[in-house]
Ligand binder design. Structure first.
Ligand code: 4AD
Ligand code: MG
Length: 477
């Protein structure tokens, strides 16, 4: 039997037809009105019971959180707030929820409290809305790339390389922890480990995606990535989902065009398909903003922000121009930055990125041509031999949402770079092979999926836009 959802029912119903539904009780008032929700939509269906015909013991079990089955005709509603309601003729309690101990009561719970109850928080309006939007965004990602002629590929989760070279990997090993086998130098002998070498969880699928781009032309990955960076911030997860397109024959400008078009598409998609949830999240954000001091308040509502992003061009600025702007900025002169900007070559901190986006340009910014020595080894060296063809997309309230580059396609230049950084040629021989056999200009980028969800939902903490966040000291659920 195919079960009907409240969403389907509300979008296409016939009055007086007998209907059956399953769901959870949101509220039960006056011993008569059940607000039923089944997760398919933000909207509850009002179910009206005739309490005189029901046993008191059954009525007592209609509590917030209980799972129930109802049957009866759908009729025009007498009350305000809904157009139709279900006149309950039969009700079955499928699963009780003890009112004393069920934590999700019909009142405002703090996000911190709900993080501790992450297995139940999806039953709140806020988290259900976030997770429906997240699902739609994931679909939009595939929809965009499939329409644009990209092939979806899966890159390995277990790998021996640290693509970003940041040394922030989680080890994967089956060696005994207490007495691992040692080599002659007294170090752990990974030759005896499961894979015969030291392995870790991937920080990026890029290097493997490059191999596929050089055969399939345009590909993308969408998978989990893992970083053991000890940054306990509202923007970092130890396990997050990344979308990484990689395109043969694309240079950095093509790459920026694609990234901008892609982001705008996904946001437009949810604006069209998740109106109800976004309106709810818009109100939620407005309430949150009211709690903040005036100067910290955002001057746009969530909906305004989303519409602004899809209808305005992202500002493209070179790293060098950005440094000039930052050097001469008020907060820098007044020593308000925690990391002062004194010279060309410094890495940008999130305070700098947010100044550029939120105060200076007041729109999304694409920064490009970064100093070579603050970026990964694979980025293409510019003619000035100081900068690389890197690009980061910076968003208001988020900071970096995309990191990408044109890749170094010249064998000699890449080998030289790897030597300088001490990256073993033996480990990446296959990556170097791409530069030996039919090499070509190519580019790609990585979009942090949770950062996109964060932006679209107007939430403030990345822990609230992934079902079960993995962060330092926390891997519950
Ligand atoms: O800038 P990143 O490190 O770039 C790469 O990994 C490249 N290999 C991508 C490519 O060119 N194919 O990471 C890309 C994006 C960031 O811009 C950010 O949105 C997200 O991934 N990200 C994180 N999101 C959540 N938690 C973390 N710890 C993240 N680290 C990066
Ligand atoms: Mg980056």
């Amino acid at each position: 039997m195919r079960h009907q959802t409240i969403k389907e029912l509300l979008s296409n119903h016939k009055l007086d037809e007998t209907t059956e539904l399953n769901g959870w009780v949101k509220t039960f008032r006056s011993n008569r009105f059940i607000a039923l929700n089944d997760g398919s939509t933000l909207q509850n269906l009002q179910c009206v019971i005739d309490f005189e015909s029901l046993e008191e013991s059954l009525i007592k079990k209609i509590t917030t959180g209980a799972a129930i089955h109802v049957k009866g005709p759908l009729v025009e509603s007498q009350g305000k707030g809904q157009s139709v309601e279900l006149q309950v003729e039969e009700i079955t309690i499928l699963g009780e929820a003890d009112a004393e101990t069920y934590p999700i009561q019909p009142k405002k719970h703090s996000l911190e409290f709900l993080r501790e109850k992450a297995h139940l928080r999806v039953r709140t309006n806020t988290f259900a809305a976030i997770m429906r939007v997240r699902s739609a965004l994931a679909f939009a990602v595939h929809d965009y790339f499939q329409k644009e002629g990209f092939y979806y590929m899966n890159t390995p989760i277990i790998t021996a390389s640290d693509a970003e070279g940041a040394g922030e990997t989680f080890n994967v090993s089956t060696l005994e922890k207490k007495n691992p086998p040692l080599n002659e130098e007294g170090e752990i002998n990974f030759k005896e480990d499961f894979f015969g070498k030291e392995t870790n969880l991937t920080v990026s699928g890029q290097l493997e995606a490059e191999t596929f781009a050089m055969g399939l032309g345009k590909v993308y990955t969408f998978g989990p990535t893992f970083r053991a960076e000890n940054s306990n911030t509202s923007r970092h997860l130890a396990e997050f989902w990344m979308i990484e397109p990689e395109m043969a024959f694309y240079d950095l400008d093509d790459n920026m065009d694609l990234a901008e078009d892609f982001i705008k598409y996904t946001i437009s998609y949810v604006l069209e398909h998740c109106k109800e949830d976004l309106n709810f999240l818009d109100k939620r954000m407005a309430d949150e903003e009211k709690q903040k001091p005036q100067i910290e308040r955002s001057d746009m509502s969530l909906m305004e922000r989303l519409n602004f992003v899809i209808s305005n061009e992202f500002k493209r600025v070179s790293y060098t121009e950005a440094i000039d702007i930052l050097k001469n900025s008020k907060p820098n002169k007044k020593k308000k930055f925690k990391f002062p900007v004194n010279e060309w070559g410094v890495d940008l901190q999130s305070e700098h990125e947010r100044y550029l986006v939120e105060k200076h340009f007041k729109c999304p910014v694409i920064l490009f041509d970064y100093p070579a020595n603050i970026k990964a080894f694979y980025m293409r060296l510019n003619e000035d031999e100081k900068t690389v063809r890197a690009m980061d997309i910076l968003f208001p309230g988020i900071g970096e949402i995309v990191g990408g580059s044109q890749r170094e396609e010249r064998y000699d230049v890449l080998v030289e770079k790897m030597k300088q950084l001490g990256i073993e040629e033996d480990e990446l021989w296959w990556y170097l092979d791409l530069r030996k056999f039919g090499t070509a200009v190519h580019s790609g980028f990585g979009l942090g999926f949770e950062r996109l969800v964060l932006f679209v939902t107007g939430m403030g903490n990345i822990r609230d836009v992934i079902p079960y966040p993995r962060t330092p000291q926390n891997a519950s659920f």
